[in-house]
Design a protein around this ligand. Structure first.
Ligand code: NAD
Ligand code: UDX
Length: 483
């Protein structure tokens, strides 16, 4: 009798939840348990209100939950029973001590590893799913080996490439699955075991096997390259504004070069999300620690340009409106870091809102998926604190009196002087902008940080329009913004 493979995943977050749900769906013969120390998170996974919003996720969860997919806080039991343990805990940027503001905080990772060593009674494959610094597998190996009491652990690196908002599709049809392991017979056997899981639905030629360090570096490299593309096009957007070129036309033209390719070339108010900035900071820190300051400085620029882009946007808003937004109502449409997610980690909206609040604006914010308390919390929190659970405990409901959260775009924009589009939600494309214009103070401004609106149409209605990297209105040319 072939024993059923049991998988346990530590960390029921944006990665652990969807990834395991898809494994369960695609591998009915495998039992999958997703465990977490957070009771509310597990309760939510077991309810009708999943803890994260991701198109298609609910259907997948509903199909397998209670059959071969379980969500539990009994971490130790499920780890003990599993053959394969994924570790998908958060690895945020350190806020204190050595490497603060740069290095990855591996506290959660290490405590998960020690727990695995403590409770295990049989051999296990331990899979790094979290994004970690290169050589983390070695550290984890040491922790497990020194505490193992004769049990055999094989460590694999299996970084996740899903993007939020398209997670289910990315998991169903991944460009590739990457598995790194030791080049020993036991290591190869472990790689094969994990490969067999993915082979249930991923074509074999898309499952890449490498050594451990290549897999760890590839994850940091992929995110660095992707973020660099956005900073590159955003840097061009500033040049376009200065010269009368249109960044969308430039992206289109360069994207036709098959070596460059058309994807991921949308100029924006800046990239956000829990990964890009954190992983590049981590990469920079690792390069510095390895005596490679030139390499570190090269990648640091990607973040500097991203910060510049957010500052530039705020300066445009303020300078266009006669150099002051003090006491003026500004509508913020979109707070999530991209469309189709409620996630606000590192969203550019936080920096833009804080910048405008610094100039004493009154903000009226609307996002279709982000709850009011998250918006208020994010605008009160310090940089990098967001991913450390200790800071996410419900605080006193103190709200910032400069900020109100509206329940739709029309309410948010009513009586405002300006509208900022900060997330590219589809519903913002089809709003009745004539109605919005009629209910605004004049002159009425639109600042499109995502280039989703028809600039000419808005100008015909009477708006003064700024759209990233597009030819400027005469008005804006007369009011130059210096970042
Ligand atoms: P998350 O914060 O949504 O989820 C992490 C979960 O781990 C939390 O629910 C937390 O309670 C739990 N946890 C922490 N320590 C634990 C412990 N000792 N035992 C049990 N549970 C514990 O994070 P996420 O977005 O899912 O990211 C997880 C990892 O995956 C990170 O390293 C991240 O860089 C990487 N990653 C994220 C994405 C993404 O799009 N979010 C994509 C690829 C990779
Ligand atoms: C990213 C990577 O894409 C994914 O492979 C990795 O596993 C995790 O990090 P994610 O952060 O979820 O995924 O979303 P992504 O689509 O990459 O967008 C990141 C940010 O870049 C968003 O703020 C988005 O709005 C911005 N972006 C993206 C642009 O500004 N322009 C673009 O052309 C593309």
């Amino acid at each position: 009798v072939v024993k059923m493979v049991k998988i346990c995943c530590i960390g029921a977050g944006y990665v652990g939840g969807p990834t395991m749900a898809v494994i369960a769906l695609k591998c009915p013969s495998i039992e999958v348990a997703v465990v977490d120390i957070s009771v509310p998170r597990i309760n939510a996974w077991n309810s009708d209100q999943l803890p994260i919003y991701e198109p298609g996720l609910e259907e997948v969860v509903k199909q397998c939950r209670g059959k071969n997919l379980f969500f539990s806080t009994d971490v130790e039991k499920h780890v003990r029973e599993a053959n394969i343990v994924f570790v998908s805990v958060n690895t945020p940027t350190k806020t204190q001590g050595l490497g603060a503001g740069k290095a990855a905080d591996l506290t959660y990772w290490e405590s998960a590893a020690r727990m695995i060593a403590d409770v295990s009674k049989s051999d296990k494959i331990v899979v790094e799913k979290s994004t970690v610094p290169v050589k983390t597998a070695e550290a984890i190996e040491k922790i497990l080996m020194h505490n193992s009491r004769g049990i055999n652990f094989q460590i694999l690196s299996n970084p996740e490439f899903l993007a939020e908002g398209t997670a289910i599709n990315d998991l169903f049809k991944p460009d590739r699955v990457l598995i790194g392991g030791r080049e020993t017979p036991e290591g190869m056997k472990a790689i094969k075991a994990l490969k067999d899981v993915y082979a249930h639905w991923v074509p074999e030629d898309r499952i890449l096997c490498t050594n451990l360090w290549s897999a760890e570096v590839s994850k940091l490299a992929a995110n660095a390259f992707l973020a660099q593309r956005i900073s590159s096009v955003n840097a061009m957007s500033a040049l376009c504004e200065a010269t009368g070129a249109d960044v969308s036309q430039v992206s289109h033209a360069i994207g036709f070069d098959s070596r460059i390719g058309p994807k991921f070339l949308n100029a924006s108010v800046g990239f956000g999300g829990s990964c890009f900035q954190k992983d590049i900071l981590n990469l920079v820190y690792i390069c510095e620690c390895n005596g490679l300051p030139e390499v570190a400085n090269y990648w640091k620029q990607v973040i500097k340009v991203n910060d510049y882009q957010k500052t530039r946007f705020v300066n445009r808003v303020v300078s266009s409106m006669f150099n002051t937004v003090s006491g003026k109502k500004i509508a913020i449409l979109g707070f999530a870091f991209k469309k189709d997610t409620g996630d606000t980690r590192e969203t550019p909206a936080i920096d833009v809102c804080k910048g405008l609040m610094g100039d004493k604006a009154r903000l009226s914010i609307y996002d279709p998926q982000v709850p009011e308390e998250h918006i208020q919390r994010d605008l009160q929190m310090n940089k990098f604190d967001w991913d450390h659970p200790i800071h996410l405990q419900p605080t006193s409901p103190s709200t910032i009196n400069q900020v109100i959260v509206a329940s739709d775009a029309y309410e948010a924009t009513k009586d405002s002087h300006g509208v900022c589009i900060l997330t590219e939600w589809d519903e913002f494309k089809n709003l009745d902008y004539q109605k919005i214009y009629n209910n605004m103070q004049k002159p009425a401004f639109v600042f499109d940080g995502r280039n989703i609106l028809d600039v000419e149409k808005l100008r015909k209605i009477g708006f003064i329009v700024y759209s990233i990297g597009k030819p400027l209105d005469k008005w804006l040319k007369d009011m130059p913004a210096v970042a």
